[in-house]
Every structure is written in C-alpha cells, then in structure tokens.
Design a protein. Sequence first.
Length: 205
Amino acid sequence: MRRAIKILIASSMFYNLAAGLLGPLWAVYVESIGGGVLGASGAWAVYTFFIGVLMLLTGRLEDKLNRRVMFVFGRLLNFIGMTGYLFVTDIYQLLIVQGILGASLAIMNPSFTAIYQKSIDRGRESSEWAYWEGTINIVLAFAAMVGGFIVTTFGFRVMFMFMSASSFVALLVALLLEKKKIRDDILLIEGKKVKKVKRRLKTTA
C-alpha cells in the first residue's frame, strides 16, 4: 500500500470520527437549539444542496488545479465548520455552519477520490478500496457510541470540542500529502540536475 493511500485513510478516519460523533444525535441537537423537525430537515437540506451544487463546479475545477492542495483546503474548511458548532445558538447560525461543511465536502471528495484512485496499486483495486470503506465504517460505529456517551455525560459543547480537535488532526494528516509532493518535486529537480551534470561530463570527456 502506497504512502499516499495510508495518509488519505488516516485523515479520513479522523474526519469521520468528528462527523460520526454528531450523526446519530442530529435531530436531538437541532431540537436543543429550538429547531424542531423542520429545522433538522432544513439544515440537512442546506448541507446536501451545497455538496451537490458546488461539487459540480469544483469537480471540473480540480481537473485543472493541484488536487492535493484542494484536498487540504477542503479539510481546512471542514475544521472551520466543525469548530463553528461551538458558536451556534439558533437555527440560522446552524444553516451557515451547514453551508460551510457542505462546501468543504464538495471540495474534498473529488480530490480525495482522484488522489486515492491514482495511488492504488494495479491489481489491488478492490482490496485497497475495501481498506478505506472498512476502516471508515468501524470508525463511524465507534463514534456513534462515543458521541452518545459524551453528550449524556458532558453535553453537546464538550462533544463539539472533540469534533473540532478531531477535524484539526484530519487537517494535519492531510498536510502530509503536500509535504510529500514538495519533497518529490525537490528530488525530481535534483535528479534532473544530476542528469545535466552527467551529460556535461560526457561532452567534455
């Protein structure tokens, strides 16, 4: 398994840990800020609408841009959105947070899929996609249990702190992708320099 895939899976695990903490408790949380059933469905609709519309735009854009940078930017936007839950006091503020999170996913998903697919070893397509799917579902199951425990014991605010911290770790892990790219570029440039020197030596010999 290539290093890029390991980084993507690790980053995705922390991202899904953050998202999975709130997932099963979504309706309970929205009701706690006075949203009710319509508020819960409306906020979720904003989230999915932003994902759908922006993904159509960012998907085409990312064909021309650096996918690794876009992925990191998406993780950064996700961290901002997750942290935003700490400041939500009503349904209108929640809609803004949901819009930010929807935009982050619209940026992250196309770049994630493209990088992952490109990094898979030939002949191991099924198993390496299975590693990602399997680990994420295990993380989501764990997050559902932990989220319920945290909210029951400490309340939503403490859980949002955990979500913010986990999404920040996901961002830090994602940065390793760009660090690796920069290192590879340096090695490539140095390799070209070595080749040029060798060619000069041959011409002068």
